[in-house]
Design a protein around this ligand. Structure first.
Ligand code: HEC
Ligand code: HEC
Length: 280
């Protein structure tokens, strides 16, 4: 079921976050500070609000700025503290930076907005304003997590870790089988996650409540690296590279909310492509 042109488009032509450099001998990943070090008064309150938003981003659902079932911490694990799960302390010190995705120098706040737009599927393609309280608070929380880190866009632990090129072209059917064996127990057989009392305890991997087509997790290479290093939850590193690629392809071959940058024609086109090749 592998389509060479799609494979190239899905994984070679797009720009992932490069994983940071390897740890030097005896070097440790950045350890985030303790809650006792929280600054006082207004700044401390802002950090706490940022943490609360990061863990329970669903509190913004009513504003339409979050228009799916995701929380930041679903992908940036441990409240954005975990190495190889795109931690905020490695991201915060990496900006400003040029990105070809939007062809300009981006700030950290731009990246926060980007995840609202794609990973959180903001309604009407409109993320919170840079000056909104939510962006200010997420910024304050990320700054606090980064305390003591020197400015450096290549820190060990940045991004989702390294994954080798697949030996075999990623395969939908192999991915499906490995998914059922390793992932379905939590994310459910149909990938829709599991809820307790209206709240996701296991987040959806596709479908209407998941990230949209424009999201970083919808790039097969990014998803493969995330899966390899972080899933099954608590057993990161247990899958082979090939399994991670196969599962990533399988996961990203399903329906999900559309990319707000695409117009109706492209949406239709993509539906046709998906129906005929079953992968994207
Ligand atoms: C569905 C998974 C997912 C969710 C949910 C998510 N992100 Fe992300 N985030 C990613 C991926 C994947 C990337 C890498 C983007 C790329 O490669 O284009 C990323 C990148 C980032 C970056 C830049 C990281 C770096 O090292 O440069 C920041 C900052 C960020 N996200 C913040 C957030 C915040 C804040 C939220 C919640 C409002 C959030 N993300 C929700 C998956 C997610
Ligand atoms: C033991 C339960 C468990 C298993 C097994 C598991 N996951 Fe997860 N997964 C989670 C939880 C919980 C989160 C959210 C983490 C958080 O919020 O702290 C998550 C997050 C994710 C995310 C990012 C959020 C999203 O919904 O897109 C992806 C992608 C993902 N898992 C893929 C997989 C894949 C692929 C497998 C199989 C290789 C797998 N998971 C196995 C529990 C599990």
């Amino acid at each position: 079921m592998w389509h060479p042109r799609c494979f190239r488009r899905c994984y070679l032509d797009r720009e992932p976050i490069e994983p940071g450099r390897a740890l030097a001998e005896g070097e440790q990943h950045h350890q985030v500070t303790h809650w006792e070090t929280l600054p006082e008064r207004e700044m401390g309150e802002s950090v706490k609000r940022g943490y609360s938003l990061f863990m329970n981003t669903q509190q913004m659902r009513t504003s339409g700025k979050v228009n799916n079932g995701m929380n930041c911490t679903n992908c940036h694990l441990g409240g954005g503290s975990v190495a190889d799960a795109a931690p905020m302390w490695a991201a915060f010190v990496s900006y400003p930076a040029y990105r070809s995705k939007n062809k300009r120098v981006n700030t950290f706040q731009d990246r926060l907005q980007g995840c609202f737009l794609y990973s959180m599927n903001a309604e009407g393609g409109k993320p919170p304003e840079v000056t909104s309280q939510e962006i200010l608070d997420l910024n304050a929380y990320s700054y606090w997590l980064s305390f003591g880190v020197a400015v450096d866009n290549n820190l060990p632990g940045r991004g989702f870790g390294h994954i080798s090129e697949p030996e075999l072209a990623p395969d939908y059917e192999r991915g499906q089988q490995a998914y059922q064996e390793n992932c379905a127990v939590c994310h459910s057989e149909d990938g829709q996650g599991r809820k307790v009392a209206d709240r996701y305890v296991f987040p959806p991997l596709w479908g209407p409540d998941s990230f949209n087509w424009g999201a970083g997790m919808h790039k097969v290479n990014t998803a493969a690296a995330f899966i390899k290093h972080n899933m099954p939850l608590g057993q990161g590193g247990s899958l082979s590279d090939q399994q991670a690629w196969d599962i990533a392809l399988f996961m990203d071959s399903h329906e999900r909310p559309q990319d707000p940058r695409y117009d109706g024609i492209l949406v239709k086109l993509k539906k046709v492509i998906m129906a005929t090749t079953a992968i994207w």
